[in-house]
Design a protein around this ligand. Structure first.
Ligand code: PLP
Length: 581
């Protein structure tokens, strides 16, 4: 912890910094990691705050289609350094000790990151487990974690000597208790409106999902049992909602700048929370972290300084075709070797390969492309062989998600020589890198408007891999039909679908749906049509056109959908207003 001059504190419940540290679950944590790495490169005075999950999220094993969840064992002390300072957070009336572990992100400047830990000998056996598992346990466990993150995080930064902090950025509502801690600092008892305004000036909030289940809501009795009256009850209910404590509402009411993570998501969030002004800053991925070795070498040779300045990728349109193809061949052979070794996939280097990897859950519709397996086999028979790679975890409590994994395993049994399918277990940063760079086409088919942004397609773009995706999240901005990829069309696939998830209008939409007008069927058919009419004929018969598409993905999309551009937008739109620059 050398640099204590940080002026921005960035709080995130999960944080993906390296493949060896399982302190993330998925997109949210990796985005946080990408942001901090880019902040280091841009010399931003920022410090990251998260929890130390000694048992990670979970390690996924799949046994004949059944997902098993195993705790992750890792040696955190190989990567993190224990800091001497200790602070306490009152939980259910007990004083729970919290210590921090430090990590330093090396960029053009160092960015310190602290991992909060309650697994200390002076705590009770139960309190020692508070920080053990990411997204594990029940609501009580979650509130205790959020108290350690938000309240403990602010206290720890103070104890560590971060004195010039002027800005607190909440990456999702999980850390919103930090704003209550700031509010209560003025002293005990009454909280004035002026104090609320002062806290607002210091807080920024990024909301990350339109899915109602992604917004924590807790019963007030439970909340007060656990954290006590950190601010007076009446005040908390005014800030966090009348019936339950809504962490999103709390963050909205205590931030002066709020944003969604793609243009469309900003609009959808605005409709979910009428009366709040919600901007948008579209996500990006870290170009250095998500470009495969093969493309790194190519860019190093042909687009000097792209690592420091991803805008250089704009010039990718002029890369020599054969060098782009060779880089992709190398990345693809790595994936195929991996799939053959780990999943006995029997894949061929030359066959058209489609990737689908994301959390397995209903709205992401992982099995959409398998809707009509005979149709897909027909396409493979007439146009050329197809290889499908799946990966992704289902949340331990998501029965539907687990059933979707079983469904893929069922279909694998009926795959044949021209339609080969495999599943890679335990989707993580490493498999994500292999897959997003090694396939020929990246598939994404969430049910709009539930995908806030999505980032894996941006990783694919960095490696010259086009997307076939529903028009939702970032793809509304990134899709130029036939140039950077293709849109999956259908009645829910339209960009102007306006129902808010979980709302009355969405429920009516669902109930009004009849089989003959099933949007899933329509969109699956759109996938087949695009494969049949455009994508596969180009891939198998028109190499020049295909490599042009690959280069457009890099020049048009990678040059924009990267976290350096994203961080610059946070600086210009959110941080600068407060840092007084
Ligand atoms: C990039 C990534 C994600 C997020 O991908 P989305 O497209 O946003 O769903 C999730 N998990 C891993 C391991 C990733 O690398």
């Amino acid at each position: 912890m050398e640099d204590r001059n940080a002026r921005i504190a960035y709080f995130s419940m999960e944080l993906g910094l390296s493949k060896q540290m399982p302190t993330y679950c998925g997109g949210l944590g990796l985005l946080a990691g990408d942001l901090l790495y880019s902040a280091a490169d841009l010399n931003l005075p920022i410090v990251g705050v998260t929890l130390l999950y000694k048992k990670g999220h979970f390690y996924q094993k799949i046994n004949a289609g059944e997902q098993q969840e195993l705790p992750v064992h890792w040696s955190h002390d190989d990567f993190l350094m224990r800091l001497p300072q200790k602070i306490a957070v009152t939980i259910e009336g007990r004083s729970v000790a919290v210590q921090a572990w430090g990590f330093t992100i090396k960029g053009n400047a160092d960015v310190p990151v602290i991992f909060l830990d309650t697994d200390l000998p002076e705590n009770s056996a139960e309190d020692r487990t508070i920080t053990h598992t990411l997204y594990g346990g029940d609501e009580r466990y979650r509130i205790m974690q959020e108290a350690v993150l938000g309240i403990g995080g602010v206290r720890m930064l103070n104890a560590l000597g971060f004195e010039s902090l002027s800005l607190y950025h909440m990456n999702e509502g999980h850390s919103a208790l930090l704003a209550l801690e700031l509010l209560s600092r003025g002293g005990s008892g009454e909280v004035s409106e002026a104090a609320v305004e002062a806290v607002k000036k210091r807080c920024i909030f990024t909301t990350h999902t339109p899915a109602p289940s992604g917004h924590d809501k807790f019963e007030y009795t439970l909340v007060f049992n656990i954290i006590g009256e950190i601010v007076p009850k009446k005040m908390l209910m005014r800030l966090g909602g009348e019936d339950r404590l809504n962490m999103t509402l709390l963050a909205l009411n205590l931030s002066h700048y709020v944003n969604g993570v793609a243009k469309k998501h900003g609009e959808v969030s605005g409709r979910m929370f009428p009366g709040y002004h919600i901007e948008s800053i579209t996500n990006g991925v870290n170009s250095k972290r998500w470009t495969s070795e093969a493309f790194k070498h190519l860019f190093d040779r042909r687009l000097p300084h792209w690592q420091d300045d991803p805008l250089q990728l704009r010039k990718a349109a002029h890369l020599p075709d054969e060098e782009v193809l060779a880089a992709h061949r190398e990345a693809k052979s790595r994936l195929i070797d991996y799939a053959n070794e780990k999943a006995n996939a029997g894949f061929d280097y030359d066959f058209f390969t489609i990737g689908f990897a994301r959390r397995f859950t209903g709205y992401k519709r992982p099995t959409l492309i398998l809707n009509n397996i005979e149709r897909l086999k027909g396409i493979a028979n007439s146009l050329g062989p197809i290889q499908l790679v799946f990966a992704g975890k289902a949340h331990p409590k998501d029965a539907e998600g687990k059933a979707l994994i079983r469904r893929v395993y069922e279909v694998i049994k009926s795959s044949d020589d021209r339609l080969r399918i495999c599943y890679l277990e335990n989707y993580d940063m490493e498999t994500a890198m292999l897959m997003t760079s090694g396939v020929d086409l990246w598939l994404n088919n969430p049910k709009p408007p539930q995908e806030a942004s999505g980032t894996s397609g941006m990783k694919a773009a960095h490696n010259g891999v086009p997307s076939l995706s529903t028009l939702d999240g970032w793809w509304i901005e990134g899709c130029i039909e036939g140039v950077t990829g293709w849109a999956i069309e259908g009645s829910t696939g339209s960009a102007c679908s306006s129902s808010v998830p979980g709302s009355e209008s969405e429920r009516r939409d669902k109930e009004g749906r009849s089989d003959k007008n099933d949007p899933d069927m329509e969109e699956a058919e759109s996938i087949y049509l695009k494969l049949e009419k455009m994508i596969m004929p180009t891939f198998y018969n028109n190499n020049a056109a295909w490599v042009k598409i690959m280069k457009s993905c890099i020049s048009i999309n990678a040059s924009f959908f990267n976290s350096q551009r994203m961080v610059k937008q946070y600086v210009v739109n959110a941080y600068n207003t407060c840092l007084g620059r």
